[in-house]
Write a protein of this length. Sequence first.
Length: 195
Amino acid sequence: MPRTDSRRKCWLVQAQAYRQQYGFNAITLLPVNLYGPGDNFDLETSHVIPALIRKAIEARDAGDSQMQVWGTGSASREFLFAADAAEGIALAAAHYDKPEPVNIGSGMEISIRELAELICNLCGFQGKLVWDASNPMANRGVAWTSAAPNRNLASPRKPVFRDGLIETIAWYEKHRTESDATKTKAVETQTSTGN
């Protein structure tokens, strides 16, 4: 069992024990892959959406004719805009009172290939995507059962994936210079102090 799954299982068991022993309304929420403004856009540590946004913008600005993407693009994922996840968490805290865990998701899964093409389109990169199957590919998507939880946590609006991407891209475009400067300054500080 991967480490993250072990942690989730511990949280679930702890929440259920608090509920049973103390009558504490502890709930376990399992969000899908989140993205949005303020995300981590560092290519070495980011998740797929911010990494693709950064790569597409950098390739566009450099006038590159192609952009390399790891894997084959066949894996699929479910993503949720961070603001929509926050709304789901608030709804669950206010209205959900059961011991079973609840998935918080959009109910829409997309392949990494479709995602990369959409992000490149939204970022204005018109070059070719080159898939590098020799590099690690994410595991195939695991289907979340978010349809039932979404019925329990009805949102006043239906999240629109494309709109979330547009907002995230706009945020990155506006903040990338200061983000890059902060990272450069941190590297310079580490170099000058010998860390």
